[in-house]
Design a protein around this ligand. Structure first.
Ligand SMILES: [Zn+2]
Ligand SMILES: [Zn+2]
Length: 173
């Protein structure tokens, strides 16, 4: 879709729901319209409540972070990588550290310039702003722990991913 058309469509939805939409009480305690226009770090989009109404648009936007490598947005629900920066390289201040030991691991996005490919998808960024570690396609291929090899069709789908519990991956608090 053309950019101006997308923006027009976004604004129309926003205005429509702002005027006619009713307020929904979200699980976070805030009220929100079914659709709300949102700007996250300069990126514009329309946030649609989920049926479960877990998060209002504000809480969701506040949980977004920037990719350690390109600085682009990583919003909740998006797939991520956990690369280790090269030794002695400077870590940008916006970078989110997943682990300090044994190697520092930074949360990055799965855009073309930032990831080697879907094979490096190692988790998802989830509410309220943390990493949900899942087996990467590479780990699944090499893994002895997971006997049943899974063919991952959609790397952006959390439901097709194998979660690794926090007790095993032990993220930094
Ligand atoms: Zn909220
Ligand atoms: Zn990136």
């Amino acid at each position: 879709m053309k950019d101006w058309l997308r923006r027009l469509w976004m604004n129309l939805q926003h205005i429509f729901y702002f005027i006619f939409g009713r307020n929904h009480k979200c699980q976070c305690g805030h009220k929100a319209k079914w659709k709300t226009k949102l700007t996250v770090n300069g990126e514009c989009g329309v946030y649609t409540l989920k049926k479960s109404k877990e998060n209002c648009p504000t809480c969701w936007a506040n949980a977004a972070i920037k990719c350690a490598w390109c600085g682009g947005n990583i919003c909740c629900g998006e797939p991520i990588t956990l690369y280790t920066p090269k030794e002695n390289s400077e870590i940008p201040s916006h970078a989110v550290v997943y682990k300090q030991t044994p190697h520092i691991q930074l949360v990055g996005c799965l855009r073309w310039d930032c990831a080697e490919g879907g094979i490096d998808r190692t988790g998802f960024w989830v509410m309220p702003g943390k990493v949900k570690r899942v087996a990467s396609p590479m780990e699944i291929l090499l893994g002895g722990e997971h006997d049943n090899i899974l063919i991952v069709n959609d790397l952006h789908d959390q439901n097709e991913a194998i979660p690794i519990p926090d007790e095993i991956v032990k993220p930094d608090e």
